[in-house]
Design a binder for this molecule. Structure first.
Ligand SMILES: Cc1cc2nc3c(=O)[nH]c(=O)nc-3n(C[C@H](O)[C@H](O)[C@H](O)COP(=O)(O)O)c2cc1C
Length: 213
């Protein structure tokens, strides 16, 4: 009997390891951090792409890598980001991504996409029908675990909203520089997003950014 239990334990372990290994995380290439359009040119070009103007063309991984780095990437060692964080905390807004091939979470430390599911949820998350047309939908979600470390306990919601504004403005500017389409979307289906991303009650979806060509 103890042998049978040991064999079953080993089988369970191997199945778990295999399942984890099969998760199709995406390693992102290094972002573009030099050259390109000037900041002033990008400021002059920044605008929201009309919903109907997004094509079905997909972004390259290089383009996605550069956009995510601009939104929430490390730019100074282990604790300096492209956007300012209240009290110098780690990012307290997570970026989830809904794409044609699945749903992911952006890991800013490893600069990679962690797979959450293989489902295409793009048609489920926006209240406007054109939202699904973008190559990627970036979904900004408050991270209650990191926010619980704030000394200013009452400011979590405000700080998360401000951070989302900074992240999305960086995305607008880098999208202008890379000639990509971008549009901030507030009209979203919160319950569907929470279910599709497997969020807890405390993980509040704040906004969506359409990103495409
Ligand atoms: C807080 C906020 C919420 C927005 N929500 C939506 C939205 O739900 N749907 C939409 O199509 N556009 C939305 N937009 C995009 C605005 O409509 C757009 O920024 C505005 O028309 C100005 O155009 P511009 O960004 O090209 O200057 C939102 C923008 C902001 C800043």
């Amino acid at each position: 009997m103890p042998r049978l239990i040991s064999a079953l334990t080993i089988c369970f372990f191997l199945l778990t390891v295999t399942a984890v290994a099969l998760k199709a995380d995406i390693e992102l290439p290094a972002p573009q951090t030099e050259g390109g359009m000037s900041l002033f040119e990008a400021l002059k070009k920044r605008s929201s792409t009309a919903g109907g103007d997004f094509s079905t063309a997909e972004l390259t991984l290089e383009e996605l890598s550069t956009v995510l780095w601009a939104a929430s990437g490390l730019n100074r060692g282990e604790t300096g980001w492209t956007v300012p964080m209240a009290e110098g905390l780690a990012p307290y807004v997570d970026i989830f991504l809904a794409g044609t091939q699945g749903v992911y979470h952006y890991d800013y430390k490893a600069h990679k996409l962690e797979e959450i599911s293989e489902e295409n949820i793009k048609a489920k998350v926006g209240a406007q029908s054109f939202v699904k047309k973008a190559s990627w939908l970036l979904i900004f979600v408050e991270n209650p675990e990191v926010l619980s470390q704030l000394r200013n306990k009452d400011a979590g919601t405000e700080f998360a909203n401000v951070l989302t504004g900074a992240m999305t403005q960086d995305i607008y500017l880098v999208s202008a520089a890379l000639r990509l389409g971008a549009r901030y979307i507030h009209s979203m289906k919160v319950d569907e997003i929470k279910a599709a991303l497997g969020l807890t009650d405390a993980q509040r979806p704040i906004a969506i950014m359409m990103l495409g060509k």
